[in-house]
Design a protein around this ligand. Structure first.
Ligand code: SF4
Length: 378
């Protein structure tokens, strides 16, 4: 039984140049009708839910693009349809630094939200403009101070590296500012140029000056060192936390456990089936209003696919894939199924084994995607 819930809020007040998430401009959107449609989907998906929710994550888009009244309504609907909240539940909302005000924070705190994930990306004003963000570095600091005054201590910030023309010194400066803020969690991702983004168009026209793989690798090394020096442990290839502040919600994904996904374009994993909801907001609302599951695509995983996913999701964690857990789930060992990939990757020093786990080496962490691909059997 799934005990994690993801809720998607697809509205943004601006569109960042690198972003390929399911999102739309807020202006002119039927936001109230969307929230009611989310309520209908929650009612459908939660009706058989008996176990208390252990984690909730509201992401986007930008949840803080909602008005205070809309946020209140969304959180009330979640409360109404969830059977119960677990005592130690982790409840996260994604936040943009230029959109948080006391009213929103008060509502979130009253409704049980206890973790904020702030989209910072960089502390360099020029780079913020280059990637299409509208907030300023000082707004990040103000947001964190304000959030703390409302009792939010569990705060994560998102950073990006490998940005166009970003220098190593510039990345070091961003990390310095990030660690000075003393947040207990940092996520840091390298830029990926995705289709259907402004960056993709510029890249195709030769107008996006990207960094080399070596430059990115150096930035990753600096990231690892700086976070470590400031008491944040790398527990997943892109995530760093003080002990006890690791993201329980994201761990659900990495452990390949089931979760409920609700909202336009949201993904979910239930009863061995992966599903993707309808993306366009109006289609989503229509399907939900008709009382249907607003699903665009679903796929029942074969056992092979489950084993592949267990490996490439689990290897993202620094501890790696638990060998006993793999055997208990599938009745076969990692060696039974993946001996060829394991041998090859071990000889290339990308993979290593402990008595309990199979995990990436230091070199393997840099080449994660290449390693993960080797666990595809099909
Ligand atoms: S990065 Fe976040 S704020 Fe920017 S367009 Fe994408 S979803 Fe919206």
């Amino acid at each position: 039984m799934a005990t994690s819930l993801y809720v998607h809020v697809p509205f943004c007040t601006h569109i960042c140049y690198y972003c390929d998430f399911n999102k739309v401009y807020l202006s002119g959107q039927p936001v109230d009708a969307y929230i009611e449609a989310v309520g209908r989907e929650l009612a459908l998906r939660m009706k058989d839910q008996t176990a208390p929710l252990r984690t909730i994550y509201i992401g986007g888009g930008t949840p803080t693009a909602l008005s205070a009244g809309q946020m209140q309504r969304l959180l009330s609907l979640i409360e109404e349809h969830a059977s119960a909240f677990a005592d130690e539940m982790e409840y996260t909302v994604e936040v943009n630094p230029d959109e948080v005000d006391p009213e929103l924070l008060k509502i979130m705190s009253t409704k049980g939200v206890n973790r904020l994930s702030i989209g910072v990306q960089t502390f360099e004003p020029e780079l913020l403009k280059t990637i299409g963000r509208t907030h300023s570095p000082s707004q990040v600091e103000e947001t964190i101070q304000l959030a703390r005054s409302y009792g939010f201590d569990n705060i994560s910030i998102d950073l990006m590296f490998g940005l166009p023309k970003q220098s190593l010194a510039n990345w070091q400066e961003t990390l310095k500012k990030a660690t000075e803020l003393a947040v207990p969690h940092i996520s840091a991702y390298s830029l990926k140029v995705e289709e259907k983004t402004m960056f993709y168009n510029w890249w195709r026209n030769g107008r996006l000056p990207l960094l080399t793989q070596e430059e990115e690798a150096k930035m990753y090394e600096v990231l690892e060192n700086e976070t470590h020096a400031n008491g944040l442990n790398m527990y997943e290839i892109s995530n760093f936390a003080r002990p006890g502040f690791e993201s329980a919600h994201n761990r659900t994904y990495w452990l390949n456990q089931e979760y409920i996904g609700v909202g336009a374009g949201a993904h979910g994993y239930l009863n061995r089936e992966r599903y993707e909801n309808t993306g366009p907001v109006s289609h989503y609302i229509n399907q939900a209003e008709a009382g249907d599951y607003p699903v665009r695509e679903h796929h029942l995983l074969t056992e092979i696919e489950q084993m592949e996913e267990q490996m490439f999701m689990g290897l993202r964690m620094i501890e790696g894939v638990n060998k006993d857990m793999f055997y208990q789930t599938f009745g076969q060992t990692v060696d039974d199924v993946f001996s060829a990939a394991k041998e090859e990757l071990t000889s290339q020093e990308l993979l290593e084994e402990t008595p309990t786990h199979v995990r990436l080496t230091k070199k393997g962490k840099l080449l994660g995607n290449e390693v993960f691909e080797r666990f595809l059997l099909g």
